[in-house]
Design a protein around this ligand. Structure first.
Ligand SMILES: Nc1nc2c(ncn2[C@@H]2O[C@H](COP(=O)(O)OP(=O)(O)OP(=O)(O)O)[C@@H](O)[C@H]2O)c(=O)[nH]1
Ligand SMILES: [Zn+2]
Length: 208
């Protein structure tokens, strides 16, 4: 498991991409035309004429996470109102892209935390997963980033994250291991220790 214990909070808190460093849309479309030629087809062919613009729009969705600030997503807090056990959101869809092949990673995340003083709206856990998933990732880092951000931003007493995903680069090419799925997890704070550890792992792993 990737250990991010030494990573500074700063590197986690400032992960929003910069507009001034971004190539233009026209440059991005030209790159797609180049890849079409590399694949062996003719980008001027009628059926492919609109493809570069479509691909660039699709990239805006698949990589939209670079333009979202995960900490801001958790900005609105509510009092936990006397509730002091863990909160768990299961089966959050994960749609990501592997940083080695730029192939799809698809699966689910289960996210749990033990609240400190505050809780967040439950949808924000799914938004947090999505903000980190829609970037070039390896599953280990995706898991660690979700867990660490939740822990630091919310000052949670503990956090647990489990992700189960299949990697297109393993199923559609290369080793062609159809059906293989990778499982990663990260437990922090009180969730890493009994009495919560066993409960959390049982709850997180039931469908992982
Ligand atoms: N640990 C980890 N590995 C990943 C992830 N996504 C893809 N990979 C792996 O990244 C590795 C890249 O290995 P390379 O040997 O450089 O690439 P390759 O020659 O295309 O490897 P093959 O996929 O085995 O054909 C492959 O083993 C992939 O299965 C991930 O999220 N985590
Ligand atoms: Zn890959």
């Amino acid at each position: 498991m990737l250990d991010l214990a030494a990573a500074s909070t700063e590197s986690i808190l400032h992960e929003v991409a910069r507009d001034d460093l971004r190539p233009s849309r026209l440059e991005a479309e030209a790159a797609v035309r180049m890849l079409i030629r590399w694949a062996g087809d003719d980008p001027a062919r009628v059926g492919l004429q609109d493809t570069p613009a479509r691909v660039v729009r699709a990239y805006e969705e698949w990589f939209g996470g670079y333009w979202r600030d995960p900490v801001k997503i958790l900005g609105r807090r509510f009092e936990r109102s006397g509730y002091d056990d863990f909160i768990l959101l299961r089966d959050i869809p994960v749609q990501s892209v592997c940083e080695h092949h730029m192939a799809a990673i698809q699966g689910v995340a289960h996210v749990a935390y033990l609240p400190g003083e505050n809780v967040v709206g439950i949808s924000k856990l799914a938004r947090l997963v999505d903000a980190y998933a829609r970037r070039l990732q390896i599953q280990e880092r995706l898991t660690a980033e979700i867990a660490d951000t939740l822990q630091h931003a919310l000052q949670a007493r503990g956090v647990g994250v489990v992700i189960r995903a299949s990697h297109g680069c393993m199923t559609t090419r290369g080793v062609h291991a159809h059906g293989a799925a990778m499982v990663t997890r990260r437990l922090l704070g009180e969730c890493a220790h009994e009495p919560y550890r066993s409960d959390i792992l049982k709850a997180l792993s039931a469908s992982a």
